[in-house]
Design a protein around this ligand. Structure first.
Ligand code: SF4
Length: 295
């Protein structure tokens, strides 16, 4: 007799798990940890993923505390998070004599440079992103007058500027950004659109949406404070019921009682092990009685 049919799991093919910027930051942190028995200090969460941060902590890599900073810091290793830090953070770390490792994603560094260049050219720089996100805050910290807006509504409420330029946090939703651009064009005579959602994020959003349109339900594995993960969840929710978990042990069988085919996507800072365990769990679940596999 054949066993009961189990759920078919389809994972996004390419853009799931560590992106280039996260891989680079992770490798730098792991290499630093291997080079010394002393704790390696971080300027903030290296990446927005709790299981990954726990793994780093097990290697002695952790966010610097006030107590750490009150002790001797000369010669100790201090890593700037992948989201970037403002110039003051770099100056302060250098003044303390830290051995500074810059793990800022190069794509983020490029946006910081564009922001400075635009301001030098006389533009009022406006960054579309999240005010409490470290990347957005660090990027505007490189400008004198730049500020963050979070919506097209805020853009429409801005005063008129003779020259206005927009940039974007690298992980926002492209559709949201385009709406902001349209709103900002009406607030100036001279407009410059220099915002680019990073390629990984764009492809991940496209791939997740395509998959969400062909399955009964989606699972997105990624940090709860991870901007790119939150956007993936938003994208998938437009197509089917979507469940966001940070780690596989948060998955619940009852969520999938009506499902035959489940798709799975992951944020840019999700470890492969968490993705693989989530897939194994889902593949162990019975397919909904009478459910027909989605073509
Ligand atoms: S999501 Fe894009 S910008 Fe952010 S770390 Fe990854 S590659 Fe860099």
């Amino acid at each position: 007799m054949e066993g009961a049919r189990t759920i078919e799991v389809r994972r996004v093919k390419t853009y799931a798990g560590f992106c280039g910027g996260v891989k680079r930051a992770w490798n730098r942190a792991v290499k630093a940890a291997k080079s010394t028995d002393e704790p390696i200090l971080l300027s903030g969460k290296l990446i927005h993923n709790t299981p990954a941060m726990r793994e780093l902590a097990s290697m002695g890599v952790r966010v610097a505390t006030d107590e750490d900073l009150a002790q001797e810091t000369v010669g100790r290793t201090y890593i700037m998070r992948a989201h970037g830090e403002g110039p003051e953070a770099f100056e302060a770390a250098q003044a303390r004599g830290f051995n500074v490792i810059d793990a800022t994603c190069p794509i983020v560094t490029a946006v910081q440079k564009i922001a400075v260049q635009l301001e030098d050219e006389g533009f009022q720089v406006v960054l579309f992103g999240h005010r409490d996100h470290p990347e957005a805050r660090a990027t505007v910290a490189y400008t004198k007058r730049g500020f963050i807006i979070e919506s097209a509504e805020e853009a429409r409420a801005l005063p008129f500027y003779p020259k206005l330029a927009t940039i974007a946090q690298t992980t926002v939703l492209q559709a949201d950004y385009l709406e902001v651009v349209e709103a900002l064009k009406a607030r100036t005579d001279v407009f410059e659109d220099r915002g680019r959602v990073c390629g990984w994020t764009l492809h991940a959003q496209d791939e997740a949406l395509a998959l969400a349109q062909e399955v009964d339900a989606m699972v997105v594995v990624g940090g709860r404070d991870s901007s790119n993960t939150i956007q993936l969840v938003r994208v998938c929710e437009t197509a089917c019921p979507t469940f966001h978990v940070e780690s596989p042990d948060e998955l619940r069988a009852e969520w999938f009682s009506q499902a035959s085919v489940v798709g799975i996507a992951a944020g840019a800072s999700t470890r492969e092990v968490d993705l693989a365990s989530s897939i194994s769990f889902l593949e162990s679940l019975p397919a909904a009685p009478g459910a027909v596999a989605v073509a």
